[in-house]
Design a protein around this ligand. Sequence first.
Ligand code: C2E
Ligand code: CA
Ligand code: CA
Ligand code: CA
Length: 279
Amino acid sequence: TKNNGRNGYYFFQPSMNTIAQNQLQLINDLWLALDSDELRLFYQPKYTAPSGPIVGFEALLRWQHPRRGLLTPDLFLPLAEKSGLIISVGNWVINEACRQLHEWRQQGHKNWSVAVNLSARQFEQNSLVDTVVTALEKHQIPPHLLTLEVTETTAMLNPDESVRILTALTDLGVNASIDDFGTGYSSLLYLKRLPASELKIDRAFVNELSENSGDATIVSAIVALAQSLNLKVVAEGVETPEQQAFLTHLGCDSLQGYLLGKPIPPDRINELKEYIKTT
Ligand code: C2E
Ligand code: CA
Ligand code: CA
Ligand code: CA
């Protein structure tokens, strides 16, 4: 048994080191990526239900890693959050989204808005208001065209603080959106106090609509709740025409999902025009 223990030890030790080393390497790479222009924002369109026009885009982070290829956020954001690098990454995202929106505005898309996701640590950062103000001013963005998405879970971590932070942000004129709604445990009292203008129904419930067609209880309840609180409702993860029709029927204001448009790099945004014309 002694030997087994030793074998176990030697068996696990190298692989654990490898994981730790990989993570350390990735954090280091991410640090460098910030300076060497490897981070990208992809944009996913958000449509007025059922099929347009486009009201705006959600900016979704990607990392064009020199060796590993195009990485989605699940592969590096948790590490960025743990290491604190998320603050620099998040600042980059806010600034880059505003820069892109300015470019679109110059091309004539004066009503498009952009939504940016905020991580928990970024949300709690005192300098967040300054970062947002600076980006808006630098790129001459009317504040109401920027939406900040915070997950329900983040918003409910410390509800009193969240009310204070979101109030400071929305006082600037930007919009707040409660993301992944339905997965956290919102107190209705706090939800009412949060100065948000939008709820995004989590993809899981949209998915459920097709598997369990007709069972719209949760989505109906969320829409009713949102309407009573004067919030717009966005459904995300819309993949089928059935979901599109049903979510519209249930009263969702706007829709996002692969059916209407996947997240794409900004230089491919003109491919979406085709869709607008035909609907
Ligand atoms: P999220 O904010 O809930 O974003 C929606 C995710 O669902 C995106 O994944 C999007 O590509 C994906 N999606 C959109 N439509 C569909 C659909 O019809 N079907 C399916 N199966 N998926 C769909 P992505 O881009 O991998 O982002 C994952 C998460 O990473 C985001 O979830 C968000 O929480 C986080 N994230 C992305 N960009 C940023 C960022 O710049 N900052 C922060 N803090 N978090 C970000
Ligand atoms: Ca989001
Ligand atoms: Ca979401
Ligand atoms: Ca999500």
